[in-house]
Ligand binder design. Structure first.
Ligand code: SAH
Length: 437
Protein backbone atom coordinates (compact mmCIF):
# COMPACT_ATOMS: atom_id res chain seq x y z
CA UNK A 1 0.00 0.00 0.00
CA UNK A 2 1.25 3.42 -0.79
CA UNK A 3 -0.28 6.75 0.05
CA UNK A 4 2.11 8.98 -1.80
CA UNK A 5 3.99 8.99 -5.03
CA UNK A 6 7.74 9.37 -4.62
CA UNK A 7 9.18 12.49 -6.20
CA UNK A 8 12.70 13.43 -7.19
CA UNK A 9 14.52 16.34 -5.60
CA UNK A 10 15.52 18.72 -8.39
CA UNK A 11 16.70 21.65 -6.28
CA UNK A 12 17.64 22.39 -2.69
CA UNK A 13 17.64 25.87 -1.31
CA UNK A 14 18.36 25.90 2.42
CA UNK A 15 15.47 24.08 4.06
CA UNK A 16 13.31 24.09 0.96
CA UNK A 17 13.44 21.22 -1.50
CA UNK A 18 11.87 21.36 -4.95
CA UNK A 19 10.44 17.99 -5.84
CA UNK A 20 9.29 16.84 -9.25
CA UNK A 21 6.40 14.46 -9.82
CA UNK A 22 5.64 13.45 -13.38
CA UNK A 23 6.61 16.90 -14.58
CA UNK A 24 4.88 18.86 -11.79
CA UNK A 25 7.08 20.68 -9.31
CA UNK A 26 6.25 21.12 -5.64
CA UNK A 27 8.14 22.55 -2.72
CA UNK A 28 8.56 20.95 0.68
CA UNK A 29 10.47 21.68 3.87
CA UNK A 30 13.38 19.39 4.45
CA UNK A 31 14.66 18.32 7.85
CA UNK A 32 16.89 15.48 6.62
CA UNK A 33 20.49 16.79 6.65
CA UNK A 34 21.82 14.19 4.19
CA UNK A 35 19.28 15.05 1.46
CA UNK A 36 20.83 15.67 -1.96
CA UNK A 37 19.58 16.78 -5.38
CA UNK A 38 18.64 13.65 -7.32
CA UNK A 39 17.32 11.77 -4.28
CA UNK A 40 13.87 10.20 -4.43
CA UNK A 41 11.65 11.17 -1.51
CA UNK A 42 8.21 10.95 -0.03
CA UNK A 43 6.73 14.27 1.04
CA UNK A 44 3.59 14.84 3.11
CA UNK A 45 1.89 18.07 4.06
CA UNK A 46 4.79 20.04 2.64
CA UNK A 47 7.45 18.13 4.59
CA UNK A 48 10.04 15.71 3.23
CA UNK A 49 9.33 12.53 5.17
CA UNK A 50 11.65 9.90 3.81
CA UNK A 51 14.40 9.23 1.27
CA UNK A 52 13.89 6.06 -0.79
CA UNK A 53 16.43 3.85 -2.51
CA UNK A 54 16.33 4.90 -6.21
CA UNK A 55 15.40 1.43 -7.46
CA UNK A 56 12.45 1.17 -5.09
CA UNK A 57 11.27 4.65 -6.12
CA UNK A 58 11.57 3.85 -9.81
CA UNK A 59 9.63 0.60 -9.39
CA UNK A 60 6.79 2.42 -7.62
CA UNK A 61 6.80 5.23 -10.19
CA UNK A 62 6.62 2.76 -13.06
CA UNK A 63 3.43 1.29 -11.59
CA UNK A 64 1.96 4.71 -10.93
CA UNK A 65 2.81 6.39 -14.17
CA UNK A 66 0.07 4.93 -16.31
CA UNK A 67 -2.60 4.93 -13.64
CA UNK A 68 -1.74 8.47 -12.73
CA UNK A 69 -2.51 9.84 -16.17
CA UNK A 70 -5.61 7.66 -16.48
CA UNK A 71 -6.91 8.99 -13.19
CA UNK A 72 -6.22 12.55 -14.27
CA UNK A 73 -8.26 11.94 -17.42
CA UNK A 74 -11.19 10.67 -15.40
CA UNK A 75 -11.00 13.56 -12.96
CA UNK A 76 -10.89 15.97 -15.86
CA UNK A 77 -14.05 14.43 -17.31
CA UNK A 78 -15.87 14.62 -14.00
CA UNK A 79 -14.73 18.18 -13.33
CA UNK A 80 -16.00 19.69 -16.57
CA UNK A 81 -18.21 22.61 -15.95
CA UNK A 82 -20.90 21.54 -18.38
CA UNK A 83 -23.83 22.17 -16.09
CA UNK A 84 -27.26 23.39 -16.84
CA UNK A 85 -27.99 26.83 -15.54
CA UNK A 86 -31.74 26.29 -15.79
CA UNK A 87 -33.35 26.79 -12.44
CA UNK A 88 -30.39 28.78 -11.15
CA UNK A 89 -31.19 32.37 -10.21
CA UNK A 90 -29.31 35.06 -12.15
CA UNK A 91 -27.88 36.44 -8.95
CA UNK A 92 -26.47 33.03 -8.01
CA UNK A 93 -24.96 32.60 -11.48
CA UNK A 94 -23.30 35.98 -11.17
CA UNK A 95 -21.76 35.10 -7.82
CA UNK A 96 -20.53 31.74 -9.09
CA UNK A 97 -19.02 33.36 -12.19
CA UNK A 98 -17.11 35.64 -9.89
CA UNK A 99 -15.98 32.60 -7.87
CA UNK A 100 -14.78 30.92 -11.07
CA UNK A 101 -12.66 33.94 -11.82
CA UNK A 102 -11.28 33.48 -8.32
CA UNK A 103 -12.21 36.96 -7.29
CA UNK A 104 -12.91 37.06 -3.55
CA UNK A 105 -16.60 36.91 -2.72
CA UNK A 106 -18.20 39.20 -0.17
CA UNK A 107 -19.75 37.81 2.97
CA UNK A 108 -23.22 38.52 1.59
CA UNK A 109 -22.41 36.58 -1.57
CA UNK A 110 -21.02 33.64 0.38
CA UNK A 111 -24.08 33.64 2.62
CA UNK A 112 -26.32 33.59 -0.43
CA UNK A 113 -24.50 30.43 -1.58
CA UNK A 114 -24.49 28.79 1.83
CA UNK A 115 -28.26 29.26 1.92
CA UNK A 116 -28.93 27.52 -1.42
CA UNK A 117 -31.54 24.80 -1.17
CA UNK A 118 -32.82 23.81 -4.59
CA UNK A 119 -31.09 20.81 -6.16
CA UNK A 120 -30.21 22.72 -9.36
CA UNK A 121 -28.60 25.60 -7.53
CA UNK A 122 -26.72 23.37 -5.12
CA UNK A 123 -25.51 21.23 -8.02
CA UNK A 124 -24.13 24.32 -9.71
CA UNK A 125 -22.35 25.42 -6.54
CA UNK A 126 -20.78 21.95 -6.09
CA UNK A 127 -19.64 21.84 -9.72
CA UNK A 128 -17.93 25.19 -9.36
CA UNK A 129 -16.25 24.10 -6.12
CA UNK A 130 -15.14 20.84 -7.73
CA UNK A 131 -13.83 22.68 -10.77
CA UNK A 132 -11.77 25.04 -8.59
CA UNK A 133 -10.34 22.04 -6.71
CA UNK A 134 -9.39 20.38 -9.98
CA UNK A 135 -7.94 23.52 -11.52
CA UNK A 136 -5.80 24.49 -8.53
CA UNK A 137 -4.92 21.23 -6.89
CA UNK A 138 -5.33 18.50 -9.45
CA UNK A 139 -6.50 15.04 -8.61
CA UNK A 140 -4.51 14.39 -5.44
CA UNK A 141 -6.58 13.28 -2.49
CA UNK A 142 -4.90 13.14 0.84
CA UNK A 143 -5.68 10.18 3.04
CA UNK A 144 -4.61 10.43 6.65
CA UNK A 145 -5.03 7.86 9.38
CA UNK A 146 -6.42 8.66 12.81
CA UNK A 147 -5.51 6.74 15.95
CA UNK A 148 -7.69 7.40 18.98
CA UNK A 149 -5.41 6.74 21.92
CA UNK A 150 -7.70 7.46 24.87
CA UNK A 151 -11.39 8.13 25.43
CA UNK A 152 -10.93 9.65 28.89
CA UNK A 153 -11.88 13.32 28.98
CA UNK A 154 -12.39 15.80 31.78
CA UNK A 155 -14.18 18.38 29.61
CA UNK A 156 -17.91 19.00 29.52
CA UNK A 157 -18.54 19.82 25.83
CA UNK A 158 -22.33 19.75 25.55
CA UNK A 159 -22.38 17.75 22.28
CA UNK A 160 -19.64 15.21 22.85
CA UNK A 161 -20.13 11.58 23.84
CA UNK A 162 -16.66 11.51 25.43
CA UNK A 163 -17.49 14.44 27.72
CA UNK A 164 -17.91 14.11 31.46
CA UNK A 165 -21.70 14.11 30.84
CA UNK A 166 -21.46 10.54 29.64
CA UNK A 167 -21.18 8.43 32.77
CA UNK A 168 -22.00 5.13 31.10
CA UNK A 169 -19.09 5.01 28.69
CA UNK A 170 -16.59 2.26 29.31
CA UNK A 171 -13.46 4.29 28.68
CA UNK A 172 -10.01 3.13 27.57
CA UNK A 173 -6.48 4.40 27.55
CA UNK A 174 -4.15 2.63 25.12
CA UNK A 175 -0.79 1.80 26.67
CA UNK A 176 2.40 3.09 25.11
CA UNK A 177 3.08 -0.38 23.68
CA UNK A 178 -0.41 -0.56 22.19
CA UNK A 179 -0.01 2.86 20.61
CA UNK A 180 3.36 2.00 19.11
CA UNK A 181 2.04 -1.31 17.81
CA UNK A 182 -0.89 0.47 16.14
CA UNK A 183 1.45 3.08 14.61
CA UNK A 184 3.72 0.30 13.41
CA UNK A 185 0.81 -1.43 11.72
CA UNK A 186 -0.50 1.76 10.12
CA UNK A 187 2.90 2.85 8.80
CA UNK A 188 4.71 -0.39 8.05
CA UNK A 189 1.85 -2.65 7.04
CA UNK A 190 -0.57 -0.19 5.45
CA UNK A 191 1.75 2.57 4.27
CA UNK A 192 0.18 5.56 6.00
CA UNK A 193 2.53 8.51 5.87
CA UNK A 194 0.47 10.84 7.95
CA UNK A 195 -1.23 10.00 11.23
CA UNK A 196 -3.36 11.96 13.66
CA UNK A 197 -3.06 10.88 17.29
CA UNK A 198 -6.24 11.93 19.07
CA UNK A 199 -7.74 11.65 22.54
CA UNK A 200 -10.01 13.37 24.99
CA UNK A 201 -8.33 15.72 27.44
CA UNK A 202 -7.09 12.87 29.54
CA UNK A 203 -5.69 14.03 32.89
CA UNK A 204 -4.03 10.68 33.51
CA UNK A 205 -1.80 10.87 30.44
CA UNK A 206 1.02 13.20 31.45
CA UNK A 207 2.63 15.42 28.86
CA UNK A 208 5.96 13.66 29.38
CA UNK A 209 4.37 10.40 28.23
CA UNK A 210 2.96 12.01 25.10
CA UNK A 211 6.33 13.60 24.35
CA UNK A 212 8.09 10.26 24.77
CA UNK A 213 5.57 8.50 22.52
CA UNK A 214 5.92 11.10 19.76
CA UNK A 215 9.71 11.03 20.04
CA UNK A 216 9.75 7.24 19.74
CA UNK A 217 7.46 7.33 16.71
CA UNK A 218 9.59 9.99 15.11
CA UNK A 219 12.73 7.98 15.72
CA UNK A 220 11.43 4.76 14.21
CA UNK A 221 8.90 5.73 11.55
CA UNK A 222 8.83 8.05 8.55
CA UNK A 223 5.44 9.56 9.24
CA UNK A 224 3.98 13.02 9.65
CA UNK A 225 2.34 13.25 13.06
CA UNK A 226 -0.61 15.49 13.88
CA UNK A 227 -1.50 15.79 17.56
CA UNK A 228 -5.10 16.23 18.65
CA UNK A 229 -5.25 16.07 22.42
CA UNK A 230 -7.33 19.22 22.97
CA UNK A 231 -6.10 22.23 24.90
CA UNK A 232 -2.81 20.91 26.19
CA UNK A 233 -1.39 24.35 27.05
CA UNK A 234 0.87 26.58 25.02
CA UNK A 235 4.12 25.25 26.43
CA UNK A 236 3.02 21.70 25.79
CA UNK A 237 2.49 22.62 22.14
CA UNK A 238 6.15 23.61 22.00
CA UNK A 239 7.28 20.40 23.66
CA UNK A 240 5.21 18.23 21.34
CA UNK A 241 6.66 20.06 18.34
CA UNK A 242 10.19 19.57 19.66
CA UNK A 243 9.39 15.89 20.06
CA UNK A 244 8.54 15.73 16.36
CA UNK A 245 4.82 16.49 15.96
CA UNK A 246 4.33 18.69 12.90
CA UNK A 247 0.56 19.13 12.73
CA UNK A 248 -2.17 20.15 15.15
CA UNK A 249 -5.78 19.08 14.70
CA UNK A 250 -7.82 21.31 16.96
CA UNK A 251 -11.23 22.50 15.93
CA UNK A 252 -12.37 25.79 17.39
CA UNK A 253 -15.85 24.15 17.18
CA UNK A 254 -17.64 27.50 16.67
CA UNK A 255 -16.33 30.98 15.99
CA UNK A 256 -19.23 32.52 17.92
CA UNK A 257 -17.84 33.26 21.41
CA UNK A 258 -21.27 33.33 23.09
CA UNK A 259 -22.28 30.00 21.55
CA UNK A 260 -18.88 28.56 22.44
CA UNK A 261 -19.32 29.61 26.07
CA UNK A 262 -22.80 28.07 26.19
CA UNK A 263 -21.62 24.71 24.87
CA UNK A 264 -18.40 24.60 26.90
CA UNK A 265 -19.33 25.80 30.38
CA UNK A 266 -16.35 27.34 32.14
CA UNK A 267 -14.24 27.54 28.97
CA UNK A 268 -13.66 30.29 26.43
CA UNK A 269 -13.14 30.43 22.71
CA UNK A 270 -10.19 32.75 23.41
CA UNK A 271 -8.16 29.99 25.05
CA UNK A 272 -8.80 27.65 22.16
CA UNK A 273 -7.83 30.26 19.61
CA UNK A 274 -4.69 31.06 21.61
CA UNK A 275 -3.65 27.42 21.09
CA UNK A 276 -4.23 27.67 17.36
CA UNK A 277 -2.36 30.95 17.11
CA UNK A 278 0.55 29.64 19.13
CA UNK A 279 0.67 26.49 17.01
CA UNK A 280 0.77 28.60 13.89
CA UNK A 281 3.63 30.63 15.35
CA UNK A 282 5.57 27.47 16.22
CA UNK A 283 5.21 26.20 12.68
CA UNK A 284 2.60 23.45 13.03
CA UNK A 285 0.42 22.59 10.08
CA UNK A 286 -3.03 23.58 11.26
CA UNK A 287 -6.11 21.43 10.83
CA UNK A 288 -9.17 23.13 12.24
CA UNK A 289 -12.83 23.85 11.72
CA UNK A 290 -16.14 23.59 13.44
CA UNK A 291 -19.36 21.74 13.96
CA UNK A 292 -22.16 22.36 11.51
CA UNK A 293 -25.73 22.51 12.80
CA UNK A 294 -25.18 23.23 16.48
CA UNK A 295 -28.36 24.34 18.23
CA UNK A 296 -28.48 28.13 18.21
CA UNK A 297 -25.98 28.41 15.36
CA UNK A 298 -26.87 30.66 12.41
CA UNK A 299 -25.76 30.41 8.79
CA UNK A 300 -23.67 33.48 9.38
CA UNK A 301 -21.93 31.68 12.24
CA UNK A 302 -21.06 28.83 9.88
CA UNK A 303 -19.70 31.24 7.30
CA UNK A 304 -17.66 32.96 10.01
CA UNK A 305 -16.31 29.52 10.97
CA UNK A 306 -15.04 28.94 7.44
CA UNK A 307 -13.52 32.43 7.34
CA UNK A 308 -11.89 31.89 10.72
CA UNK A 309 -10.33 28.63 9.51
CA UNK A 310 -8.91 30.55 6.57
CA UNK A 311 -7.57 33.35 8.76
CA UNK A 312 -5.83 30.74 10.91
CA UNK A 313 -4.05 29.56 7.72
CA UNK A 314 -5.63 26.14 8.00
CA UNK A 315 -3.81 23.54 5.96
CA UNK A 316 -6.81 21.31 6.48
CA UNK A 317 -10.44 22.35 6.90
CA UNK A 318 -12.25 19.95 9.20
CA UNK A 319 -15.96 20.70 9.18
CA UNK A 320 -18.53 18.09 10.08
CA UNK A 321 -22.14 17.88 11.20
CA UNK A 322 -23.15 17.87 14.83
CA UNK A 323 -24.76 14.51 15.61
CA UNK A 324 -26.70 14.31 18.87
CA UNK A 325 -25.46 11.86 21.47
CA UNK A 326 -28.08 10.46 23.89
CA UNK A 327 -25.92 10.88 27.00
CA UNK A 328 -25.32 14.62 26.50
CA UNK A 329 -27.38 17.75 27.22
CA UNK A 330 -28.00 18.10 23.45
CA UNK A 331 -29.57 14.64 23.11
CA UNK A 332 -32.93 16.14 22.09
CA UNK A 333 -31.48 18.23 19.24
CA UNK A 334 -31.35 17.37 15.55
CA UNK A 335 -28.41 17.07 13.15
CA UNK A 336 -28.24 19.42 10.15
CA UNK A 337 -29.28 18.38 6.65
CA UNK A 338 -26.58 16.77 4.50
CA UNK A 339 -27.12 19.65 2.04
CA UNK A 340 -25.98 22.21 4.57
CA UNK A 341 -22.82 20.20 5.19
CA UNK A 342 -22.11 19.97 1.45
CA UNK A 343 -22.81 23.67 1.02
CA UNK A 344 -20.27 24.38 3.78
CA UNK A 345 -17.58 22.22 2.15
CA UNK A 346 -18.19 23.93 -1.18
CA UNK A 347 -18.02 27.38 0.42
CA UNK A 348 -14.73 26.43 2.06
CA UNK A 349 -13.34 25.61 -1.40
CA UNK A 350 -14.54 28.97 -2.75
CA UNK A 351 -12.97 30.79 0.19
CA UNK A 352 -9.64 28.96 -0.16
CA UNK A 353 -9.54 27.70 -3.74
CA UNK A 354 -5.81 27.28 -4.11
CA UNK A 355 -4.52 25.51 -1.03
CA UNK A 356 -7.12 23.95 1.19
CA UNK A 357 -7.27 20.32 2.02
CA UNK A 358 -10.94 19.96 2.75
CA UNK A 359 -11.87 16.91 4.72
CA UNK A 360 -14.96 14.77 4.37
CA UNK A 361 -15.45 13.85 8.01
CA UNK A 362 -16.60 10.56 9.46
CA UNK A 363 -19.48 12.44 11.09
CA UNK A 364 -20.69 13.44 7.62
CA UNK A 365 -20.37 9.84 6.47
CA UNK A 366 -22.44 8.86 9.49
CA UNK A 367 -25.14 11.33 8.48
CA UNK A 368 -25.14 10.31 4.83
CA UNK A 369 -23.65 7.07 3.47
CA UNK A 370 -22.87 8.87 0.17
CA UNK A 371 -20.99 11.65 1.93
CA UNK A 372 -17.47 10.76 0.77
CA UNK A 373 -18.44 10.69 -2.91
CA UNK A 374 -20.65 13.77 -2.67
CA UNK A 375 -18.11 15.72 -0.65
CA UNK A 376 -15.23 14.88 -3.00
CA UNK A 377 -17.39 16.16 -5.86
CA UNK A 378 -18.21 19.38 -4.01
CA UNK A 379 -14.73 20.74 -3.38
CA UNK A 380 -13.33 18.34 -0.78
CA UNK A 381 -10.07 16.46 -1.36
CA UNK A 382 -9.23 14.74 1.85
CA UNK A 383 -10.29 11.71 3.87
CA UNK A 384 -9.31 10.24 7.20
CA UNK A 385 -9.35 6.51 7.85
CA UNK A 386 -9.64 5.10 11.33
CA UNK A 387 -6.63 3.02 12.34
CA UNK A 388 -7.65 2.59 15.97
CA UNK A 389 -7.65 -1.13 16.87
CA UNK A 390 -11.18 -2.50 16.62
CA UNK A 391 -11.15 -3.56 20.26
CA UNK A 392 -11.07 0.13 21.27
CA UNK A 393 -12.79 1.85 18.40
CA UNK A 394 -16.40 1.29 19.42
CA UNK A 395 -15.65 2.91 22.77
CA UNK A 396 -14.60 6.21 21.21
CA UNK A 397 -18.20 7.31 20.93
CA UNK A 398 -18.13 10.99 20.04
CA UNK A 399 -21.62 10.34 18.65
CA UNK A 400 -23.61 7.14 18.09
CA UNK A 401 -23.17 4.67 15.24
CA UNK A 402 -20.06 6.19 13.74
CA UNK A 403 -19.45 5.21 10.14
CA UNK A 404 -16.72 2.57 9.67
CA UNK A 405 -16.87 1.67 13.36
CA UNK A 406 -16.62 -2.04 12.71
CA UNK A 407 -14.46 -1.97 9.57
CA UNK A 408 -10.90 -3.24 9.54
CA UNK A 409 -8.18 -1.00 8.14
CA UNK A 410 -8.01 -3.24 5.02
CA UNK A 411 -11.73 -2.80 4.41
CA UNK A 412 -11.53 0.97 4.75
CA UNK A 413 -8.53 1.16 2.44
CA UNK A 414 -10.18 -1.05 -0.18
CA UNK A 415 -13.38 1.02 -0.13
CA UNK A 416 -11.44 4.29 -0.24
CA UNK A 417 -9.22 3.25 -3.13
CA UNK A 418 -12.19 2.05 -5.10
CA UNK A 419 -14.07 5.29 -4.46
CA UNK A 420 -11.05 7.42 -5.37
CA UNK A 421 -10.46 5.39 -8.52
CA UNK A 422 -14.07 5.82 -9.59
CA UNK A 423 -13.63 9.58 -9.26
CA UNK A 424 -10.24 9.76 -10.92
CA UNK A 425 -8.46 10.76 -7.77
CA UNK A 426 -5.04 9.56 -6.71
CA UNK A 427 -4.42 8.91 -3.02
CA UNK A 428 -1.45 11.21 -2.90
CA UNK A 429 -0.42 14.31 -1.15
CA UNK A 430 0.49 16.10 -4.35
CA UNK A 431 -1.89 18.89 -3.53
CA UNK A 432 0.01 19.87 -0.40
CA UNK A 433 0.22 23.58 0.09
CA UNK A 434 3.80 24.49 -0.50
CA UNK A 435 5.86 26.50 1.91
CA UNK A 436 6.94 30.03 1.10
CA UNK A 437 10.42 30.55 -0.25
N1 SAH B 1 -9.87 16.45 22.72
C1 SAH B 1 -9.66 16.71 21.33
C2 SAH B 1 -10.49 15.80 20.46
C3 SAH B 1 -11.94 16.04 20.62
S1 SAH B 1 -12.98 14.91 19.80
C4 SAH B 1 -9.94 18.16 21.04
O1 SAH B 1 -10.47 18.85 21.91
O2 SAH B 1 -9.63 18.61 19.96
C5 SAH B 1 -12.78 15.36 18.13
C6 SAH B 1 -13.88 16.19 17.52
O3 SAH B 1 -15.09 15.45 17.52
C7 SAH B 1 -14.25 17.46 18.27
O4 SAH B 1 -13.38 18.50 17.92
C8 SAH B 1 -15.70 17.70 17.85
O5 SAH B 1 -15.81 18.70 16.87
C9 SAH B 1 -16.15 16.35 17.27
N2 SAH B 1 -17.38 15.88 17.96
C10 SAH B 1 -17.55 15.69 19.27
N3 SAH B 1 -18.84 15.34 19.53
C11 SAH B 1 -19.48 15.33 18.36
C12 SAH B 1 -20.83 15.09 17.97
N4 SAH B 1 -21.78 14.80 18.86
N5 SAH B 1 -21.13 15.17 16.65
C13 SAH B 1 -20.18 15.46 15.74
N6 SAH B 1 -18.90 15.72 16.05
C14 SAH B 1 -18.55 15.67 17.34
Amino acid sequence: MCYAIPGQVVALDGRVATIEYFGERKKAYNEIPSLRVGDFVYAQGGFVIKVLPPQEAQDILAVWKETFFELQEMDLRLSRLAVKSEGVAKKVLRILDKALEERPLTKEELLELLRLETPQEREYLYKVANFLRWKNLGNGACVHGILEISSFCHRNCAYCGLSSHNRDLSRYRMTEEEILAAVHEAVEVYGFQSLVLQSGEDPKRPLDDLVRIIRTIQKHYAVLIFVSFGEVGLEALEKLYEAGARGLLLRFETSNPALYAKLHLGYTLGTRLAHLEKAQEIGYLIATGGLIGLPGQTLEDILNDVLLAKSLSAEMYSFGPFIPHPATPLSHCFPPSPSLVLNTLAIARLVDPKNAKILVTTAFETLDPQAARLGLLAGANSLMLNVTPLSFRSRYTLYPERAHEGETIEEQIAATLSLLRSLGRAPTDLGASTPQG
